[in-house]
Design a binder for this molecule. Structure first.
Ligand SMILES: Cc1ncc(COP(=O)(O)O)c(C=O)c1O
Length: 379
């Protein structure tokens, strides 16, 4: 048995990230500034042509300000999948609107398009599709439904840096898209997020809301060109990204493709080597799955999920569960009384096993051997 613990995720950092952060510290300009602008510009270039971006301190902030930018507020409803992290639904409540939970597809655990259409009512104003684990939602169908019902689409791309849908990177299908750079994400800054849109005015609005509603870029007032004077034009928040995180993000962005390809390589080893009774979530030729997470499903009759997680822990392998569906949390039980059979079944079976670019082939083989042994009752 290996001596050290293999976590389910670990950021892929090198000396370059450390140097980039140190350079900012040495420069004396720590808060929002030219490094953040550079990160926004590089991120837009990475996605393709015609994008605008605002770097923020989280994806959650991006989703929240994204909803506000689309005029979502009290008396409105927003459809969100139940299979997601709580951020996706809490942001709806923060605006005063009501999240309407929706079941997911069996194959991908992304929002089920038929269930989505059934969830739309007179008060519905927006949809938040979540590209779960880094596999894209059915964006053509979702955008068609949104157009028909005049709904905003705010994509939760917390898992989807580099994910592509039918050959195009996630970022420009809906009205806007929020990415996460949280510590365990495939582009990691510690904390951080980026909201992108093809609409310049949307991003300008979000940028202003992200810094108290001030009428110009915050850092201007610290430069020789800037002035101390500013005006508050509306009720804004404090969600701006600082230069240290942006500098780390720039290094991570430059190696994102390489990191995603290694993720896919590991996923391929898992798909080939794991016990044939294990089921995987969908992948396909036409989409680019970045494998931010690698989720496996095991029938309860073979081994109960919690027992499986415990046995892997004894073997120094870390696992996680993505996600506890929202409708199973005490707080959301009060909000939604609907049934979610697909999410409930998946919840009893789902485990995320280690996948990060720094895993060696030996690490991957160790996981495969141990998962297979546990399934054969050798635990
Ligand atoms: C699906 C999903 N949405 C949103 C978030 C929130 O991201 P952040 O921590 O950057 O606010 C997460 C974070 O784990 C997530 O998994």
């Amino acid at each position: 048995m290996r001596k050290d613990f293999l976590p389910f995720a670990r950021p892929c950092f090198s000396q370059a990230e450390i140097e980039a952060a140190a350079e900012v510290i040495r420069s004396g300009h720590l808060t929002t500034g030219p490094k953040v602008t550079e990160f926004e510009e590089r991120f837009c270039e990475y996605l393709g042509e015609g994008f605008h971006a605002a770097a923020l301190n989280s994806c959650t902030a991006g989703l929240f300000l994204g909803l506000l930018s689309q005029g979502i507020g009290p008396h409105d409803e927003v459809v969100v999948p139940t299979w997601t992290f709580v951020a996706t639904a809490h942001v709806v409540l923060w605006t005063g609107a009501r999240p309407v939970l929706c079941d997911v597809e069996e194959s991908s655990l992304n929002i089920d398009v038929r269930a989505l259409e059934k969830s739309i009512g007179k008060k519905t104003k927006a949809i938040i599709p979540v590209h779960f684990a880094g596999y894209p939602c059915a964006m053509n169908e979702i955008c068609r439904i949104a157009k028909k019902h005049k709904l905003a689409v705010i994509e939760d791309a917390a898992h989807a840096c580099g994910t592509a849908y039918k050959g195009k990177k996630i970022g420009g299908f809906g009205d806007l898209t929020a990415f996460s750079f949280y510590a365990t994400k495939n582009l990691a800054c510690g904390e951080g997020g980026m909201v992108v849109s093809r609409n310049r005015k949307t991003i300008e609005k979000i940028r202003k809301l992200s810094y108290f509603g001030i009428n110009k870029r915050a850092f201007d007032r610290y430069t020789q060109k800037g002035s101390w004077y500013y005006e508050i034009e509306e009720l804004g928040y404090k969600y701006n990204m600082d230069s240290i995180h942006a500098a780390i993000g720039l290094v991570q962005l430059a190696k994102l493709e390489e990191m995603n390809l290694r993720r896919r390589e590991i996923a391929g080893m898992y798909r080939r080597g794991l016990d044939k009774r294990i089921r995987f979530t969908e992948d396909s030729q036409e989409n680019f799955h970045n494998y931010h997470l690698f989720l496996i499903r095991i029938d309860k009759e073979i081994i109960p999920r919690d027992e499986f997680v415990g046995k892997l822990k004894e073997r120094n392998i870390g696992c996680s569960v993505h996600f506890i569906p929202l409708h199973r949390h005490p707080f959301y039980k009060k909000i939604s009384k609907k049934k979610f059979p697909v999410a409930d079944k998946a919840y009893g079976e789902a485990v995320s096993i280690p996948l990060f670019p720094g895993m060696s082939d030996q690490d991957v083989e160790y996981v495969i051997d141990n998962v297979n042994q546990v399934l054969k009752g050798g635990g």
